[in-house]
Structure formats: structure tokens, C-alpha cells
Design a binder for this molecule. Structure first.
Ligand code: SPV
Ligand code: MG
Length: 291
């Protein structure tokens, strides 16, 4: 039992809509917390991007784990760890749950693709689903492996991403609820909200839904709230994409200007970064304890 796992459960059980934002590193997680969001999504896409590799099960579990641990250490918010397919079979899922729980994750998310997975929003990507039986085994394994009964297990279906339709997405969602999932994440790459809205309307279980509207950004929080059933929306990668844009523009300008004399107003001062890093606390400790 931890403050974060209890908070995560309370958010999913509440009347409102909680908002998670995706991060690949501790500094971004801290910015997300300071901006007033509810949950950190430890994103496999953002962590992979930080290594400049595709989000295609290339990194090891330990690399995702250490990035997640750093995010947990840097914030008091619940961290929902994107554990992809569980890095192998149900044995790997058990090890992952043990490790991510120890690292401080409040929730773990597993998706029903086959390992190695390909990223969900890539046009023409290989989207192979695990059998329902195999993935049910993984969710049962995850539920059995948690030590903290409040650790939240999110089961993610990629049935819509794989083009298998609403019937298959619902069938899988139902099976994962039976297997012990605390929430169902249903992902869609449709560029309008129609597909996800149809799923939400058809969802007939009390288990809360989670959505990631990257591909259909027109869907607002007010509209999601009005649909009911969805308790968590994840903005999975917007800070990363904004950072890439800002850095590319800045680097172009340094090249163009032949120096750093024109860019000061595009950046925060170093003192701002010092503060984000916790330098004031370091200095306070130094004056108390370093002799
Ligand atoms: C992530 O942020 O890693 C996700 C969301 O899983 S997506 O990239 O859309 O698959
Ligand atoms: Mg991911």
C-alpha cells in the first residue's frame, strides 16, 4: 500500500476524469507534476525516443524500468508504467510487475500485442495481436504478482489498432476484466473520435476505460467526461514533440546567427533549471551537514 497506488485507485474510482501526461525522463515528469496534472505516463514511446530508437521492443526491460524509477523518484504523482507487451511471456510479466512495483510505479499497463511489438500509430506497422488466452494469462500473472493490492493493473487492447473491429475489441476488453484488470485501455489510430466513441458507448462493464487521443486530438476533456466510463485520458507524447520542435528551431537559429547571442529569450535561464533540479535543497543540506 502506498500513497501513489491509493491515489491512482481513487482517481479511477472517482466521478471525474483524471489526466495523465507522457514522459520519458524525470525532468519532464517534474514539469508535468508542477503543471497540475494527475498522473505521469511513463511512455515507452518517449523513453525509446530519448535513446533515439524506434518504440519497437528494442530497449530492455531494465532501460524502461530505470527511466520509470527516475520519474517515480522525481515526483509525488502516481506513475503509470507503460510495460508494452510485458517483455516476453507471463514469466516476464511477473518479473516486470515485481520490479516496477519496487521502483514505485502506482500502476502498470500491458498491451495485447505479440512481442516484439511495433509502435501503434505508425502507418503500415506490423500489428500482431497475442491470442486472448495468452494475454489473459499475462493479466492473471500480473494480478498475482503484485504485493501491494492497490497496484493498478491496466490491460490495453490493440484490437482497433490492428483493424480487428469493435466486436473483437469488446470481446478482449471483457476477457481482460474477467482476468482481473482494474482498467481497460483501448487505443485507436483513427483520426476522428468516432471509433473510440463507438467503443465507449458500447462498453457495458463497470471497469473504467482509459484512452490516448493522440490520433484524434479534437476530442476534448469535456466531451470525454460527457461520455462517462472513461476515468483517465493520457496525453502520451506532447511535451516530447514540443521539445523536439523547440530544440530544432533553436539549433537552426544558432547555426544561422553564428553564435548564441540571439536566442536568450527562447530559453529559460539556467537558474530555472537549477531550481527544477533541486539545487536549493542541496545548498540547504550543504550548509547544515557539509563540514
Ligand atoms: C506510448 O506513449 O508509449 C504509448 C502510446 O504507448 S502510443 O505511442 O500511441 O502507442
Ligand atoms: Mg507505449
Amino acid at each position: 500500500m502506498s500513497a501513489q497506488t491509493q491515489r491512482m485507485r481513487a482517481l479511477l474510482a472517482g466521478d471525474g476524469l483524471a489526466v495523465a501526461v507522457g514522459s520519458g525522463d524525470a525532468l519532464t515528469a517534474r514539469l508535468i507534476e508542477r503543471a497540475g496534472f494527475d498522473v505521469i505516463w511513463s511512455s515507452s514511446f518517449c523513453i525509446s525516443a530519448a535513446y533515439a530508437v524506434p518504440d519497437a521492443s528494442l530497449l530492455s526491460m531494465t532501460q524502461y524500468l530505470e527511466a520509470t524509477r527516475a520519474m517515480c523518484d522525481a515526483t509525488a504523482l502516481p506513475v503509470l508504467a507503460d510495460c508494452d507487451t510485458g517483455y516476453g511471456n507471463a514469466n516476464n510479466v511477473i518479473y516486470a510487475v515485481e520490479q516496477f512495483e519496487r521502483a514505485g510505479a502506482a500502476a502498470v499497463c500491458f498491451e495485447d500485442k505479440r512481442f516484439p511489438k511495433d509502435t501503434s500509430l505508425l502507418a503500415g506497422a506490423r500489428q500482431e495481436l497475442a491470442t486472448v488466452e495468452e494475454f489473459v494469462g499475462k493479466i492473471e500473472a500480473a494480478a498475482a504478482a503484485r504485493r501491494d493490492p492497490d497496484l493498478v493493473i491496466v490491460a490495453r487492447t490493440e484490437a482497433l489498432i490492428a483493424g480487428q473491429g469493435q466486436g473483437e475489441a469488446l470481446r478482449r476488453g471483457h476477457a481482460y476484466v474477467e482476468a482481473g484488470a482494474d482498467a481497460i485501455l483501448v487505443h485507436s489510430k483513427a483520426t476522428t473520435p468516432d471509433e473510440i466513441v463507438a467503443f465507449i458507448r458500447a462498453w457495458d462493464r463497470p471497469t473504467p476505460l482509459v484512452i490516448i487521443p493522440t490520433a484524434y486530438p479534437s476530442l476534448t476533456e469535456a466531451q470525454i467526461r460527457a461520455l462517462g466510463k472513461v476515468k483517465l485520458v493520457i496525453y502520451a507524447n506532447q511535451p516530447l514533440r514540443a521539445a523536439v520542435k523547440a530544440q530544432e528551431e533553436l539549433l537552426r537559429e544558432i547555426k544561422r546567427a553564428g553564435g548564441i547571442h540571439t536566442i536568450e529569450e527562447r530559453m529559460v535561464p539556467v537558474t530555472h533549471v537549477f531550481e527544477l533540479q533541486g539545487v536549493p535543497r542541496l545548498k540547504e543540506n550543504e550548509s547544515r551537514f557539509v563540514r
